[in-house]
Write a protein that binds this ligand. Structure first.
Ligand SMILES: Nc1nc2c(ncn2[C@@H]2O[C@H](COP(=O)(O)OP(=O)(O)OP(=O)(O)O)[C@@H](O)[C@H]2O)c(=O)[nH]1
Ligand SMILES: [Mg+2]
Length: 243
């Protein structure tokens, strides 16, 4: 057996207290520390890209979901348009979430061929647009979605691709369901016409808003995207097969 003579490490009272408080009864101090180091090694880090036309609501979604900002304040007192790509780091459950919040005014730059970094190593792409603007800007929105989908296929083939049909609070209640269905059909028809049918099948649509009770839709949508990355959720849902 190989034995190693380790230099002694002084541990402060505070650290010692922490170990005593958190280690399992039958666990030695060094076993506890190894468990801690290993869990740090397994930290999950994910990159999510928010992309879409100007004023779609991308930054508002980020602020409401990750920063607990009050939707009312964002609706009454809108924030400045994003410039360039703003990067943020959030801890969501056990998932370190890097958010790239891109400027809608510069969307053509992000979709350009020479900007590979925008899509590269991305785990989730969330394309956000304002549903109340769809009829007016149908062609442009569809073109941008098609381009984003092509960039994803080339640069981040394993990433998920979601479309947020955002600001559904602006649609008339009685027509909402029909309008959302039509919007999805039109996008899919456009993508099919562009020979993107195979890629189209990977899109998940979400109808979202930060207004009133509809905020629950937004939370649900964001959680659906993030859950697959969380070991906490996986362990909670799937029964352990270990003896
Ligand atoms: N009615 C309504 N307005 C919203 C909603 N979400 C955001 N807004 C408003 O939409 C406007 C644009 O919001 P932003 O979050 O700045 O949009 P953005 O997509 O980040 O815009 P850029 O940074 O320019 O690309 C603001 O006036 C927000 O208050 C929503 O769910 N419903
Ligand atoms: Mg923004």
């Amino acid at each position: 057996m190989i034995s190693r003579c380790m230099p002694k490490i002084e541990i402060s009272e505070e650290v010692l207290d922490y170990i005593q408080k958190h280690k399992n009864e039958d666990e030695s101090e060094s076993e506890f520390l190894m468990r801690l180091f290993k869990s740090a090694e397994n930290d999950i880090s994910r990159k999510i890209l928010f992309i879409g036309p100007p004023e779609a609501g991308k930054s508002s979604i980020r602020l409401v979901f990750f920063d607990d900002k009050k939707p009312k304040s964002l609706l009454d007192d809108p924030i400045e348009p994003t410039r360039g790509i703003e990067n943020y780091m959030y801890n969501w459950l056990d998932v370190k979430t890097g958010i790239a919040d891109s400027s809608g005014q510069e969307i053509n730059r992000w979709l350009n061929q020479d900007r590979e970094m925008v899509f590269k190593e991305t785990d989730s792409i969330i394309f956000v647009f304002d549903v109340s603007q769809f009829a007016e800007n149908y062609q442009e929105i569809c073109e941008k979605i098609a381009k984003a989908l092509q960039r994803k296929t080339k640069l981040a083939p394993r990433a998920s691709f979601s479309i947020f049909l955002h600001k559904i609070d602006l649609l008339p209640e009685e027509k909402k369901e029909n309008m959302l269905k039509t919007i999805k059909q039109k996008i899919n028809a456009y993508l099919t016409s562009q020979n993107l049918k195979k890629e189209m099948l990977l899109i998940t649509y979400y109808a979202t808003s930060i207004k009133g009770e509809l905020i629950l839709n937004l939370y649900k949508s964001m959680r659906s995207i993030l859950y697959p990355y969380s070991n906490v959720i996986k362990n909670a849902i799937l029964p352990s097969i270990e003896e």
